[in-house]
Design a protein around this ligand. Structure first.
Ligand SMILES: [Zn+2]
Length: 593
């Protein structure tokens, strides 16, 4: 109702209907009016954000400066807009202790002195219920150290989040599925090996507790069969209309293990999304002409054992039995860890998990982007084109450690300078091709000294690209340059390959189904590669696959406690998945694959 009303209103009425969405800035609605009609409220939100993104820098700063300080003088004097008063009240900013109030005043002053505009934070937060005063102060302190350009962009994103919540309030929108997802993520995060942070590594008691919780929720959602398999994967099956052994299933899911000091959504989001879709199907008493099999993969992050992707490898038939002898940092073998977690730890039980590809339509995975792209474009969802292929090395350049004072510049054999030249070449070379990245993440001068020219320099090299050809070309160029640098500088080097993974391009049919689902929600289709590896990369060996990315907040940071997803974006991810199933339902069985 609301969107039709907005679509058919005069421009003046459209602006009036959206009054108060963006603080003292009717120009945003005025310009967005030209982009009508909007298919959904989500489409309206994206259009409003786009107006701001395309506005001049002065207009953007004007918008930021139209906002009051948090718990500032205007708030105390009761001079805020009704919307701001309500938000600051809900965040408890009107009930600060004298110390907190003094702290906030100091932060406001420091922030304004550094940036020249007020600190903007959507104090109702990603869940929509309000951040605590401690969270607000911590965020304030962290962002005070940001680069001004980064901080200005973050302020604008916070303004869009404020506008989103105001629109939801104005039009009575409640992202109930996204809220459920968010609350599940919070409840699972309680099971952690670390008191202050989220850490859940393979086959620990916390890891088992997470599996049990997932199984309980799956049963509540209405899955027909719920189980934990021989490698600890949690499997929920929702049968199709004519379920017999011959009926095909859609396979989906993501991992529930985490890195150390992790975020709550990496992996787990991709289990929750299909769980919610099944819950809705079950509540509506609806069955699809195919089954849905949701997998909570037990291991993807490679934290406790070197055997990364051991969970998805079991499904593709690539589980290497020698992995059972691998030991963790405390000398516990994988086999013993499995047994301690109540799993059989037997090769035959693991081999039996190998899936018969003819029984599946394909594999789809929803995952938090873990990067800044969607956040910087103000887009909630993105469609993955390919999971990057990669190659890694550790290397060492050897020169001559000689006196820093007596060795003339022309007679040095500086190993670190050689690596430095290689780093700059890799950076330029990768930047010259879209979607190719190169990183030297480790750099070390062993026993270096302030007055000694580096005689040795160790480094790592991580190369990734959307296609194997692009990766190989990058790899060849970087290695050729390393050789050339060492020849020219009188250095020698060693280079050890440590990892190589092929790119996993999305299946064209499945990728276009994700695109259609996102378009159906009224959202722009944005395609992007996945720079990170995912379970889908492994499942690619068995089935056609395609992934959907969900925007991460805080600049898309992941593998970090600051990782964040809003309930509204989570809601859209669930809707997109539901849309994907709806479109499959309408397809002839022979076309579906
Ligand atoms: Zn992940």
């Amino acid at each position: 109702m609301m969107i039709e009303q907005l679509n058919t209103a005069s421009t003046a009425d459209f602006v009036a209907l959206l009054d108060g969405t963006y603080e003292h800035s009717p120009w945003i609605a005025e310009r967005a009016a030209a982009a009508r009609p909007f298919k959904t409220v989500a489409a309206l939100k994206v259009a409003l954000a786009r107006v701001v993104r395309e506005a001049s820098r002065d207009e953007q700063l004007g918008l930021i400066r139209a906002h009051p300080e948090l718990a500032g003088k205007a708030a105390v004097a009761g001079e805020l807009t009704a919307e701001s008063t309500n938000e600051q009240q809900k965040a408890g900013l009107t009930a600060c202790t004298p110390e907190e109030f003094a702290k906030l005043q100091q932060l406001n002053a420091d922030y304004n002195a550094r940036f020249g505009w007020p600190f903007i934070l959507a104090v109702r937060g990603p869940r929509g219920l309000g951040l605590t005063r401690q969270e607000i102060i911590a965020t304030f302190e962290r962002r005070l150290r940001a680069h001004p350009d980064v901080e200005r962009a973050e302020c604008l994103r916070q303004i869009h989040r404020i506008a989103e919540i105001r629109l939801n309030d104005k039009f009575g929108i409640k992202p109930a599925l996204g809220e459920q997802l968010w609350d599940w993520a919070a409840a699972l995060a309680v099971h952690s090996e670390d008191e202050a942070f989220l850490t859940c590594t393979y086959a620990t008691p916390q890891h088992t507790a997470v599996a049990e919780q997932l199984m309980a929720w799956m049963r509540d959602c209405g899955f027909d069969d719920v189980s934990r398999d021989a490698v600890g994967n949690v499997i929920g099956v929702y049968h199709g209309t004519a379920d017999g052994d011959e009926q095909q299933r859609l396979l989906t899911g993501s991992h529930y293990d985490t890195v150390r000091r992790a975020g709550r959504f990496d992996g787990r989001l991709g289990i929750f999304v299909p769980m919610l879709v099944v819950r809705e199907l079950h509540r509506a008493g609806k069955r699809l002409p195919f089954g849905i099999e949701v997998v909570g993969f037990s291991e993807e992050e490679g934290q406790r054992y070197a055997a990364t992707f051991l969970a998805s490898s079991a499904l593709t038939g690539a589980f290497d039995p020698t992995w059972l002898e691998q030991t963790d940092a405390h000398g516990v073998s994988l086999r013993d860890a499995m047994r301690a977690a109540g799993l059989p730890g037997k090769v035959a039980a693991i081999t039996a998990l190998h899936r018969d590809r003819s029984r599946y339509l394909g594999f789809v995975e929803v995952h938090i982007e873990q990067g800044p792209v969607l956040d910087s474009l103000d887009l909630p969802l993105g469609i993955v084109t390919s999971i990057n292929g990669s190659r890694r090395y550790t290397g060492e350049i050897v020169g001559l450690a000689s006196h820093a004072g007596t060795t003339p510049m022309g007679q040095r054999r500086d190993a670190a300078a050689g690596v430095a030249e290689l780093i700059l070449f890799a950076e330029t070379r990768a930047a010259s091709v879209p979607d190719v990245v190169a990183t030297v993440g480790m750099l070390e001068v062993p026993s270096g000294s302030i007055n000694v020219i580096p005689g040795r320099c160790r480094f790592s090299l991580d190369l990734r690209a959307t296609t194997d050809e692009a990766r190989d070309a990058l790899d060849a160029d970087v290695r050729a340059r390393l050789d050339e640098i060492c020849q020219r500088r009188g250095l020698s080097y060693t280079l050890q390959p440590t990892m190589s993974a092929n790119a996993a391009p999305s299946d064209a049919a499945w990728q276009s189904r994700w695109e259609a689902a996102v378009a159906e929600l009224g959202l722009p289709i944005h395609r992007l590669p996945s720079g990170a590896g995912h379970d889908a990369m492994k499942m690619h060996e068995l089935l056609p696959q395609a992934m959907l990315f969900v925007r991460g907040g805080n600049g898309g940071i992941s593998h970090n406690p600051l990782e964040s997803v809003t309930v509204d974006d989570a809601e859209l991810a669930v809707q997109a998945f539901r849309q994907l199933l709806t479109s499959l339902d309408g397809l002839d069985a022979s076309v579906r694959r």
